[in-house]
Structures are given as C-alpha cells and as structure tokens.
Design a protein around this ligand. Sequence first.
Ligand code: IMP
Length: 192
Amino acid sequence: MGASVVYLVTKNAGKVREVEAVLNKYGFSVSPIEARKEELQSDLLEHVAKYAAEQLIGKIPEPFIVEDSGLFINILNGFPGPYSAYVYKTIGTWGILKLMEGAVDRGAKFVCAVALCLNGRVHVFRGEVEGEISIRARGDAGFGFDPIFVPFGYSKTFAEMSIEEKCMISHRAKALQLMVNYLIQVYGVKNV
Ligand code: IMP
C-alpha cells in the first residue's frame, strides 16, 4: 500500500476519534471527509455501508471508509438498529430509557459495519459488542448512546470509559481490527 492515510466519510467527531485511536496504532493517519451519501433503507448495516461506499467510488480519494453503526435492543426487537442516528436526534438517550422503564431484560448490542474502498473495490467488516441498557445515563465521554450502554463484564457505561478502554472492546474497534488484519494480509502494513 502506498498511502498511509485513510479517509473516513463522516461528520461525527466521536467516530473520528475512535477510528484514529485504532488506526494510529498501525501507522495510519485518519482524514475525515464530508461527502453526500445515498442512504439505503435496510435492516442490515453491512448493506447500508457497502451501498454508500459504492456510490462514492471515483468521487473521493482512496482508501476510504464508510462506517455505519447502531444500537439493537433485545426487548424492542432490535430497535433502533439502523435508525439509531434518527432516534438519537429525536428522542435521545432519555427516550430510550423511557421506553425501557420497568424492563427486566435490558440486553442490547452495538453493531458496526465498516466498508473499506480500496482500488475501486469495497470490502465490508462487522463488529459487535453485547451489553445492557443502564437504568440511568452515566458519564460524559464518547457520543450518542454511550451514557446508557454497559458492555458485558463491565460495570461502567461506555461514557464512563476512556477512549482507549472503549476501543479495546467496542463494535467499531472490532470491525476496524478485522479491516486492519485484511490490509496486513493482502498488502502489508507498516508499524505492525
Ligand atoms: P450512523 O452510523 O451515522 O448511522 O449513526 C449511528 C448512530 O448510532 C449514532 O448517531 C449513535 O447515536 C449510535 N451509535 C453508533 N455507534 C455508537 C457508539 O459507539 N456509541 C454510542 N452511540 C453509537
């Protein structure tokens, strides 16, 4: 691979920090880039990310990443899932806690699909982290639903963790790790 910069298509500064936290370790720098994406309506984040990436081929520099993620709550049959960004903007963490009032099963997972476009081809990587929706919002680090998500095996919410701690276990870090493994296998990457 020639370039060690990876372009990340997003406006979300929280995502940029987390992608940097993982990719910097492997010698990549991350350059956020804003681009209009066509949003596919699908329950599968992999399809949403892949479709968006394919629309951008030839329009922005490569290699680039389109990332799509969401929170899937068991008792709500996977809601808000692919609609997480909209639900966060409308009812937010408060609304989710309200919907979960009295719920005994608080199981949920975060899922992330990373679509990497390299040499005009798109490869998709998926990461998941299981956990629970907390009773109340805690912490102010991170972004989105971080204050109400407690990963299994931990008592802190994502918003009570440092970025390094979150990126040891997060859905995003897992998907990115698979992407890095792929790059190492196929192209070789410096600093590993
Ligand atoms: P999108 O990937 O831009 O469609 O947005 C996904 C939405 O899911 C975000 O706006 C957040 O509300 C939520 N989300 C995804 N990943 C995370 C995370 O790591 N922490 C907290 N919220 C997240």
